[in-house]
Design a protein around this ligand. Structure first.
Ligand SMILES: *Cc1c(COP(=O)(O)O)cnc(C)c1O
Length: 452
Protein backbone atom coordinates (compact mmCIF):
# COMPACT_ATOMS: atom_id res chain seq x y z
CA UNK A 1 0.00 0.00 0.00
CA UNK A 2 1.53 3.36 -0.94
CA UNK A 3 2.11 5.79 1.90
CA UNK A 4 -0.28 8.70 1.65
CA UNK A 5 0.50 12.28 2.43
CA UNK A 6 -2.00 14.99 2.93
CA UNK A 7 -1.54 18.02 0.75
CA UNK A 8 -3.39 21.27 0.95
CA UNK A 9 -4.76 22.48 -2.34
CA UNK A 10 -4.12 26.02 -3.52
CA UNK A 11 -7.62 27.07 -2.61
CA UNK A 12 -6.75 26.33 1.00
CA UNK A 13 -9.33 24.55 3.08
CA UNK A 14 -9.90 21.43 1.06
CA UNK A 15 -7.25 18.73 1.14
CA UNK A 16 -6.37 16.20 -1.49
CA UNK A 17 -4.34 13.06 -1.11
CA UNK A 18 -1.65 12.02 -3.55
CA UNK A 19 0.51 8.95 -3.25
CA UNK A 20 3.91 9.90 -1.89
CA UNK A 21 6.84 8.97 -4.02
CA UNK A 22 10.53 8.69 -3.20
CA UNK A 23 12.30 9.08 -6.55
CA UNK A 24 10.08 8.95 -9.63
CA UNK A 25 13.10 10.10 -11.67
CA UNK A 26 15.22 7.07 -10.68
CA UNK A 27 15.91 4.02 -12.85
CA UNK A 28 13.19 1.43 -13.30
CA UNK A 29 15.19 -0.99 -11.12
CA UNK A 30 15.34 1.59 -8.34
CA UNK A 31 11.66 2.47 -8.65
CA UNK A 32 10.68 -1.21 -8.52
CA UNK A 33 12.73 -1.82 -5.39
CA UNK A 34 11.51 1.33 -3.68
CA UNK A 35 7.93 0.34 -4.44
CA UNK A 36 8.56 -3.16 -3.06
CA UNK A 37 9.98 -1.75 0.18
CA UNK A 38 7.27 0.89 0.47
CA UNK A 39 4.57 -1.76 0.07
CA UNK A 40 5.86 -3.45 3.21
CA UNK A 41 5.74 -0.26 5.29
CA UNK A 42 2.20 -0.42 6.56
CA UNK A 43 2.70 0.58 10.18
CA UNK A 44 4.07 4.09 10.64
CA UNK A 45 3.19 4.31 14.31
CA UNK A 46 6.08 4.85 16.70
CA UNK A 47 6.01 1.21 17.77
CA UNK A 48 5.80 0.04 14.17
CA UNK A 49 8.68 2.22 13.04
CA UNK A 50 10.81 1.23 16.00
CA UNK A 51 10.25 -2.45 15.22
CA UNK A 52 10.96 -1.92 11.52
CA UNK A 53 14.20 -0.09 12.22
CA UNK A 54 15.33 -2.74 14.67
CA UNK A 55 14.56 -5.51 12.19
CA UNK A 56 16.43 -3.77 9.35
CA UNK A 57 19.54 -3.20 11.45
CA UNK A 58 19.41 -6.70 12.92
CA UNK A 59 19.16 -8.39 9.54
CA UNK A 60 21.92 -6.20 8.16
CA UNK A 61 24.20 -6.96 11.10
CA UNK A 62 23.71 -10.69 10.68
CA UNK A 63 23.99 -10.97 6.90
CA UNK A 64 26.65 -8.36 6.29
CA UNK A 65 28.64 -7.84 9.48
CA UNK A 66 28.56 -11.32 10.99
CA UNK A 67 28.18 -13.72 8.08
CA UNK A 68 29.34 -11.82 5.02
CA UNK A 69 32.73 -11.78 3.40
CA UNK A 70 32.95 -8.07 2.68
CA UNK A 71 35.44 -7.38 -0.08
CA UNK A 72 33.92 -4.02 -0.97
CA UNK A 73 36.87 -1.64 -1.19
CA UNK A 74 35.12 1.47 0.09
CA UNK A 75 34.27 0.40 3.62
CA UNK A 76 35.76 -0.92 6.84
CA UNK A 77 34.87 -1.68 10.44
CA UNK A 78 36.23 0.47 13.19
CA UNK A 79 38.30 -1.26 15.83
CA UNK A 80 36.59 -2.06 19.14
CA UNK A 81 38.52 0.74 20.81
CA UNK A 82 37.46 3.28 18.19
CA UNK A 83 33.84 2.11 18.42
CA UNK A 84 33.91 2.50 22.19
CA UNK A 85 35.34 6.00 21.79
CA UNK A 86 32.36 7.12 19.71
CA UNK A 87 30.15 9.79 21.20
CA UNK A 88 26.88 9.68 19.30
CA UNK A 89 25.24 12.17 21.64
CA UNK A 90 27.96 14.72 20.96
CA UNK A 91 26.88 14.76 17.31
CA UNK A 92 23.84 16.81 18.23
CA UNK A 93 25.92 19.29 20.26
CA UNK A 94 26.58 22.00 17.73
CA UNK A 95 30.19 23.09 17.75
CA UNK A 96 31.07 26.04 15.58
CA UNK A 97 34.42 27.76 15.22
CA UNK A 98 37.91 27.11 16.48
CA UNK A 99 38.59 26.29 20.14
CA UNK A 100 38.90 29.57 21.99
CA UNK A 101 36.56 31.44 19.67
CA UNK A 102 33.59 29.16 19.59
CA UNK A 103 30.15 30.55 19.03
CA UNK A 104 28.74 28.30 21.76
CA UNK A 105 29.80 28.22 25.38
CA UNK A 106 30.32 25.17 27.55
CA UNK A 107 32.09 23.04 24.95
CA UNK A 108 35.65 23.53 26.23
CA UNK A 109 36.15 19.83 26.94
CA UNK A 110 35.58 19.06 23.27
CA UNK A 111 38.48 21.37 22.38
CA UNK A 112 40.71 18.42 23.25
CA UNK A 113 39.22 16.39 20.40
CA UNK A 114 39.47 19.26 17.95
CA UNK A 115 43.18 19.60 18.61
CA UNK A 116 43.98 15.91 19.06
CA UNK A 117 42.39 14.59 15.86
CA UNK A 118 44.10 16.93 13.34
CA UNK A 119 47.40 16.60 15.21
CA UNK A 120 47.43 12.81 14.88
CA UNK A 121 45.97 12.67 11.38
CA UNK A 122 48.41 15.28 10.08
CA UNK A 123 51.35 13.45 11.63
CA UNK A 124 50.32 10.19 9.97
CA UNK A 125 50.16 11.60 6.46
CA UNK A 126 53.18 13.87 6.81
CA UNK A 127 51.24 17.14 6.85
CA UNK A 128 51.70 20.27 8.95
CA UNK A 129 48.01 21.03 8.48
CA UNK A 130 45.07 18.62 8.55
CA UNK A 131 41.49 19.87 8.26
CA UNK A 132 39.30 17.10 9.67
CA UNK A 133 35.90 18.76 9.99
CA UNK A 134 34.41 17.81 6.61
CA UNK A 135 31.71 15.19 6.94
CA UNK A 136 33.00 13.34 3.88
CA UNK A 137 35.76 13.25 1.31
CA UNK A 138 33.27 14.46 -1.27
CA UNK A 139 32.78 17.62 0.77
CA UNK A 140 36.54 17.86 1.36
CA UNK A 141 37.00 17.75 -2.42
CA UNK A 142 34.28 20.35 -2.89
CA UNK A 143 36.06 22.57 -0.37
CA UNK A 144 39.30 22.18 -2.33
CA UNK A 145 37.55 23.06 -5.60
CA UNK A 146 35.90 26.06 -3.95
CA UNK A 147 39.16 27.25 -2.45
CA UNK A 148 41.32 26.91 -5.54
CA UNK A 149 39.04 27.25 -8.57
CA UNK A 150 36.39 29.73 -9.66
CA UNK A 151 33.20 28.85 -11.54
CA UNK A 152 34.12 28.42 -15.19
CA UNK A 153 37.65 27.23 -14.41
CA UNK A 154 38.87 23.87 -15.65
CA UNK A 155 40.07 20.96 -13.54
CA UNK A 156 41.68 17.80 -14.92
CA UNK A 157 40.87 14.45 -13.34
CA UNK A 158 41.31 10.76 -13.96
CA UNK A 159 38.78 9.26 -16.36
CA UNK A 160 35.99 7.31 -14.70
CA UNK A 161 37.23 4.09 -16.29
CA UNK A 162 40.58 4.68 -14.57
CA UNK A 163 39.04 5.15 -11.13
CA UNK A 164 38.21 8.85 -11.32
CA UNK A 165 35.59 9.29 -8.60
CA UNK A 166 32.15 10.88 -8.85
CA UNK A 167 33.43 13.70 -6.64
CA UNK A 168 36.03 14.45 -9.35
CA UNK A 169 33.59 14.54 -12.24
CA UNK A 170 31.10 17.07 -13.55
CA UNK A 171 28.15 14.99 -12.35
CA UNK A 172 29.44 15.49 -8.78
CA UNK A 173 31.14 18.18 -6.70
CA UNK A 174 32.98 20.01 -9.53
CA UNK A 175 29.65 20.48 -11.29
CA UNK A 176 28.22 21.99 -8.12
CA UNK A 177 31.11 24.48 -8.19
CA UNK A 178 30.45 25.18 -11.87
CA UNK A 179 33.80 23.84 -13.03
CA UNK A 180 34.67 22.46 -16.41
CA UNK A 181 36.08 18.94 -16.04
CA UNK A 182 38.44 17.27 -18.49
CA UNK A 183 39.89 13.74 -18.37
CA UNK A 184 43.64 13.45 -17.93
CA UNK A 185 45.47 11.46 -20.61
CA UNK A 186 45.93 7.93 -19.27
CA UNK A 187 48.59 5.30 -19.89
CA UNK A 188 46.91 1.89 -19.64
CA UNK A 189 50.17 -0.04 -19.37
CA UNK A 190 51.52 2.18 -16.60
CA UNK A 191 48.18 2.26 -14.71
CA UNK A 192 48.89 5.98 -14.37
CA UNK A 193 48.61 9.38 -15.99
CA UNK A 194 50.27 9.44 -19.42
CA UNK A 195 53.41 11.39 -18.58
CA UNK A 196 54.42 11.91 -22.20
CA UNK A 197 51.06 13.39 -23.16
CA UNK A 198 50.58 15.41 -19.97
CA UNK A 199 52.59 18.58 -20.79
CA UNK A 200 50.83 19.17 -24.12
CA UNK A 201 47.46 18.37 -22.56
CA UNK A 202 47.94 20.87 -19.73
CA UNK A 203 49.09 23.54 -22.15
CA UNK A 204 45.94 23.05 -24.18
CA UNK A 205 43.41 22.76 -21.32
CA UNK A 206 44.98 25.10 -18.71
CA UNK A 207 43.39 23.42 -15.66
CA UNK A 208 43.64 25.16 -12.28
CA UNK A 209 43.80 21.80 -10.52
CA UNK A 210 45.02 18.37 -11.46
CA UNK A 211 43.40 15.66 -9.33
CA UNK A 212 44.98 12.22 -9.10
CA UNK A 213 44.23 9.35 -6.73
CA UNK A 214 41.50 6.96 -7.73
CA UNK A 215 38.81 4.63 -6.52
CA UNK A 216 40.90 1.80 -7.90
CA UNK A 217 44.61 2.13 -7.37
CA UNK A 218 46.74 -0.95 -7.85
CA UNK A 219 50.07 0.81 -8.26
CA UNK A 220 51.38 4.14 -6.94
CA UNK A 221 51.11 7.26 -9.07
CA UNK A 222 54.42 8.71 -10.25
CA UNK A 223 53.72 11.77 -8.14
CA UNK A 224 57.12 13.47 -8.42
CA UNK A 225 57.11 13.29 -12.22
CA UNK A 226 53.51 14.48 -12.41
CA UNK A 227 54.24 17.39 -10.07
CA UNK A 228 57.15 18.54 -12.19
CA UNK A 229 54.78 18.81 -15.14
CA UNK A 230 51.85 20.39 -13.27
CA UNK A 231 54.23 22.87 -11.68
CA UNK A 232 55.49 23.97 -15.09
CA UNK A 233 51.86 24.37 -16.23
CA UNK A 234 50.86 26.34 -13.16
CA UNK A 235 48.29 23.81 -11.94
CA UNK A 236 47.86 22.75 -8.35
CA UNK A 237 48.37 19.00 -7.78
CA UNK A 238 45.74 17.38 -5.56
CA UNK A 239 45.98 13.72 -4.54
CA UNK A 240 42.75 12.07 -3.40
CA UNK A 241 43.87 9.19 -1.20
CA UNK A 242 40.37 8.19 -0.12
CA UNK A 243 41.08 4.53 -0.70
CA UNK A 244 44.79 4.55 0.09
CA UNK A 245 44.68 6.65 3.28
CA UNK A 246 45.23 3.70 5.61
CA UNK A 247 48.31 2.62 3.67
CA UNK A 248 49.62 6.16 3.30
CA UNK A 249 49.12 6.78 7.01
CA UNK A 250 51.11 3.62 7.75
CA UNK A 251 53.96 4.77 5.53
CA UNK A 252 53.12 2.21 2.84
CA UNK A 253 52.20 2.47 -0.85
CA UNK A 254 53.34 6.06 -1.28
CA UNK A 255 53.74 9.37 0.58
CA UNK A 256 51.85 11.75 -1.71
CA UNK A 257 52.75 15.00 0.07
CA UNK A 258 56.43 14.13 0.44
CA UNK A 259 56.52 13.08 -3.22
CA UNK A 260 55.10 16.35 -4.47
CA UNK A 261 51.31 16.55 -4.15
CA UNK A 262 50.39 19.97 -2.78
CA UNK A 263 47.06 18.97 -1.29
CA UNK A 264 45.93 15.57 -0.01
CA UNK A 265 42.28 14.70 0.51
CA UNK A 266 40.83 11.45 1.77
CA UNK A 267 37.99 9.55 3.41
CA UNK A 268 38.54 8.39 6.96
CA UNK A 269 36.36 5.29 6.85
CA UNK A 270 37.85 3.20 4.05
CA UNK A 271 41.33 1.71 4.50
CA UNK A 272 41.98 4.33 7.22
CA UNK A 273 39.43 2.45 9.31
CA UNK A 274 37.88 5.34 11.22
CA UNK A 275 34.44 6.96 11.32
CA UNK A 276 33.00 8.51 8.15
CA UNK A 277 34.57 11.85 7.37
CA UNK A 278 36.89 13.71 5.05
CA UNK A 279 40.34 15.23 5.49
CA UNK A 280 42.27 17.93 3.64
CA UNK A 281 46.00 17.89 4.43
CA UNK A 282 48.85 20.04 3.18
CA UNK A 283 52.21 21.42 4.19
CA UNK A 284 51.55 24.87 2.77
CA UNK A 285 50.11 27.36 5.27
CA UNK A 286 48.49 29.53 2.60
CA UNK A 287 46.81 26.55 0.92
CA UNK A 288 45.73 25.24 4.32
CA UNK A 289 44.07 28.51 5.23
CA UNK A 290 42.11 28.69 2.01
CA UNK A 291 41.00 25.04 2.09
CA UNK A 292 40.13 25.16 5.76
CA UNK A 293 38.16 28.37 5.35
CA UNK A 294 36.19 26.69 2.57
CA UNK A 295 35.30 23.91 5.04
CA UNK A 296 34.39 26.36 7.80
CA UNK A 297 32.61 28.70 7.46
CA UNK A 298 32.18 27.69 3.80
CA UNK A 299 30.62 24.26 3.71
CA UNK A 300 30.00 23.52 7.36
CA UNK A 301 28.61 25.58 10.18
CA UNK A 302 28.28 23.25 13.11
CA UNK A 303 30.30 20.11 12.84
CA UNK A 304 30.22 16.78 14.57
CA UNK A 305 32.86 16.81 17.28
CA UNK A 306 31.73 13.32 18.36
CA UNK A 307 33.22 11.91 15.17
CA UNK A 308 36.62 13.27 16.13
CA UNK A 309 36.96 10.94 19.13
CA UNK A 310 36.97 7.66 17.16
CA UNK A 311 39.03 9.41 14.49
CA UNK A 312 41.71 10.27 17.03
CA UNK A 313 41.70 6.74 18.47
CA UNK A 314 41.92 5.22 14.98
CA UNK A 315 44.86 7.49 14.14
CA UNK A 316 46.60 6.56 17.39
CA UNK A 317 46.13 2.88 16.55
CA UNK A 318 47.74 3.33 13.15
CA UNK A 319 50.66 5.13 14.77
CA UNK A 320 51.10 2.42 17.37
CA UNK A 321 50.70 -0.50 14.99
CA UNK A 322 53.68 0.52 12.90
CA UNK A 323 52.20 -0.57 9.59
CA UNK A 324 51.42 -4.18 10.55
CA UNK A 325 47.74 -3.91 9.56
CA UNK A 326 48.59 -2.25 6.24
CA UNK A 327 51.13 -4.98 5.53
CA UNK A 328 48.54 -7.69 6.25
CA UNK A 329 46.04 -5.94 3.94
CA UNK A 330 48.58 -5.88 1.12
CA UNK A 331 49.72 -9.48 1.69
CA UNK A 332 46.10 -10.62 1.59
CA UNK A 333 45.55 -8.68 -1.65
CA UNK A 334 48.55 -10.35 -3.29
CA UNK A 335 47.45 -13.80 -2.09
CA UNK A 336 43.88 -13.25 -3.24
CA UNK A 337 44.97 -11.91 -6.64
CA UNK A 338 47.29 -14.86 -7.24
CA UNK A 339 44.59 -17.33 -6.18
CA UNK A 340 42.00 -15.71 -8.46
CA UNK A 341 44.49 -15.87 -11.31
CA UNK A 342 45.14 -19.56 -10.60
CA UNK A 343 41.39 -20.20 -10.60
CA UNK A 344 41.18 -18.80 -14.11
CA UNK A 345 40.02 -15.21 -13.58
CA UNK A 346 41.51 -12.40 -15.63
CA UNK A 347 43.22 -10.38 -12.89
CA UNK A 348 44.52 -6.88 -13.67
CA UNK A 349 48.23 -6.18 -13.37
CA UNK A 350 49.34 -9.77 -13.96
CA UNK A 351 52.69 -8.61 -15.37
CA UNK A 352 53.41 -6.47 -12.33
CA UNK A 353 52.49 -8.87 -9.53
CA UNK A 354 48.79 -7.84 -9.63
CA UNK A 355 48.87 -5.12 -6.97
CA UNK A 356 51.01 -3.00 -4.68
CA UNK A 357 48.04 -1.89 -2.57
CA UNK A 358 45.13 -3.62 -0.83
CA UNK A 359 43.10 -3.45 -4.07
CA UNK A 360 42.65 -6.21 -6.62
CA UNK A 361 40.78 -5.84 -9.94
CA UNK A 362 39.25 -8.63 -11.99
CA UNK A 363 38.16 -8.16 -15.58
CA UNK A 364 34.57 -9.42 -15.62
CA UNK A 365 34.04 -8.78 -19.33
CA UNK A 366 33.37 -12.46 -20.02
CA UNK A 367 31.25 -12.81 -16.88
CA UNK A 368 28.56 -10.38 -17.99
CA UNK A 369 30.28 -7.28 -16.61
CA UNK A 370 31.07 -6.10 -13.09
CA UNK A 371 27.52 -5.47 -11.89
CA UNK A 372 26.27 -8.91 -12.89
CA UNK A 373 29.29 -10.64 -11.38
CA UNK A 374 28.93 -8.67 -8.13
CA UNK A 375 25.26 -9.64 -7.94
CA UNK A 376 26.18 -13.30 -8.40
CA UNK A 377 28.69 -13.15 -5.58
CA UNK A 378 26.28 -11.33 -3.27
CA UNK A 379 23.97 -14.35 -3.42
CA UNK A 380 26.88 -16.33 -1.96
CA UNK A 381 27.47 -13.80 0.83
CA UNK A 382 30.54 -12.26 -0.83
CA UNK A 383 30.04 -8.52 -1.17
CA UNK A 384 31.97 -6.22 -3.50
CA UNK A 385 31.34 -3.83 -6.37
CA UNK A 386 31.87 -3.28 -10.04
CA UNK A 387 34.51 -0.86 -11.23
CA UNK A 388 35.55 0.69 -14.51
CA UNK A 389 38.80 -0.60 -15.96
CA UNK A 390 41.27 1.56 -17.88
CA UNK A 391 40.98 -0.58 -21.03
CA UNK A 392 37.20 -0.37 -21.06
CA UNK A 393 35.80 1.19 -24.24
CA UNK A 394 33.06 3.80 -24.27
CA UNK A 395 30.76 1.64 -26.33
CA UNK A 396 30.92 -1.43 -24.11
CA UNK A 397 27.46 -2.47 -22.96
CA UNK A 398 28.40 -3.20 -19.34
CA UNK A 399 28.82 0.12 -17.55
CA UNK A 400 31.70 -1.16 -15.46
CA UNK A 401 33.76 -3.91 -16.87
CA UNK A 402 35.60 -4.98 -13.73
CA UNK A 403 35.18 -6.23 -10.20
CA UNK A 404 36.97 -4.27 -7.50
CA UNK A 405 38.17 -5.99 -4.36
CA UNK A 406 39.60 -4.45 -1.21
CA UNK A 407 41.07 -6.55 1.58
CA UNK A 408 40.94 -3.91 4.32
CA UNK A 409 37.80 -5.24 5.99
CA UNK A 410 38.45 -8.98 5.88
CA UNK A 411 41.95 -8.28 7.16
CA UNK A 412 40.47 -6.38 10.09
CA UNK A 413 38.18 -9.37 10.68
CA UNK A 414 41.21 -11.64 10.98
CA UNK A 415 41.46 -13.19 7.52
CA UNK A 416 44.89 -14.40 6.52
CA UNK A 417 46.19 -15.64 3.15
CA UNK A 418 44.57 -19.09 3.55
CA UNK A 419 41.17 -17.51 4.16
CA UNK A 420 41.38 -15.22 1.14
CA UNK A 421 42.51 -18.18 -0.99
CA UNK A 422 39.42 -20.09 0.16
CA UNK A 423 37.37 -17.03 -0.78
CA UNK A 424 38.91 -17.09 -4.27
CA UNK A 425 37.83 -20.72 -4.68
CA UNK A 426 34.25 -19.78 -3.74
CA UNK A 427 34.31 -16.85 -6.17
CA UNK A 428 35.37 -19.23 -8.92
CA UNK A 429 32.69 -21.74 -7.88
CA UNK A 430 30.02 -19.07 -8.32
CA UNK A 431 31.28 -17.18 -11.35
CA UNK A 432 33.28 -19.76 -13.31
CA UNK A 433 31.72 -23.08 -12.31
CA UNK A 434 28.08 -22.04 -11.92
CA UNK A 435 27.79 -23.45 -8.40
CA UNK A 436 24.70 -23.04 -6.24
CA UNK A 437 25.39 -19.92 -4.12
CA UNK A 438 23.41 -20.98 -1.05
CA UNK A 439 25.80 -23.66 0.31
CA UNK A 440 28.66 -21.25 -0.32
CA UNK A 441 26.90 -18.53 1.64
CA UNK A 442 26.60 -20.96 4.56
CA UNK A 443 30.24 -22.02 4.26
CA UNK A 444 31.32 -18.38 4.13
CA UNK A 445 29.32 -17.66 7.28
CA UNK A 446 30.98 -20.66 8.96
CA UNK A 447 34.43 -19.38 7.97
CA UNK A 448 33.58 -15.97 9.41
CA UNK A 449 32.31 -17.54 12.62
CA UNK A 450 35.46 -19.59 12.97
CA UNK A 451 37.73 -16.58 12.61
CA UNK A 452 36.04 -13.85 14.62
C1 LIG B 1 35.10 7.06 -1.84
C2 LIG B 1 35.81 8.16 -2.52
C3 LIG B 1 35.47 9.49 -2.25
C4 LIG B 1 34.26 9.88 -1.44
O1 LIG B 1 34.38 9.64 -0.13
P1 LIG B 1 33.18 10.00 0.85
O2 LIG B 1 33.88 10.23 2.15
O3 LIG B 1 32.29 8.82 0.84
O4 LIG B 1 32.52 11.23 0.33
C5 LIG B 1 36.22 10.49 -2.82
N1 LIG B 1 37.24 10.20 -3.64
C6 LIG B 1 37.58 8.93 -3.95
C7 LIG B 1 38.74 8.67 -4.87
C8 LIG B 1 36.86 7.88 -3.40
O5 LIG B 1 37.16 6.62 -3.74
Amino acid sequence: MPVLITKRTQEGGAVSQEPQSIAPWASSAARARIAEVAAGLTDLSLDGVTATVRRALGEHARRFDQEGIVLYAGTNVMSEAAQRAGGPLVASRPSMGWPGEKYQTGLDSLDLLEVLAPTLVGRLVGARFAEVRSQSATLANLAVYSAFAQPGDTIAVLPQRAGGHTSHHAVGAPGVRGLRVVDLPYDIDAFDVDLAALPGFLELECPRLVVIGASLLLFPHRVAAIREITEAAGALLVYDASHMAGLVAAGRFQRPLAEGAQVLTFSTYKSFGGPPGGVIATNDAALAERASTAVFPGLTANYDAGRLAPLAVTAAEILQDGGAYADRCMANARALAAALHDEGFTVAGVDRGFTESHHVAVDAHLLGGGQAAAAGLAAAGIYLSAVGLPWQREEEPARDRGLRIGTQEVTRRGFGPDDVRQTAVWMADVLLRDADPEPIRKAAAALRAGIS
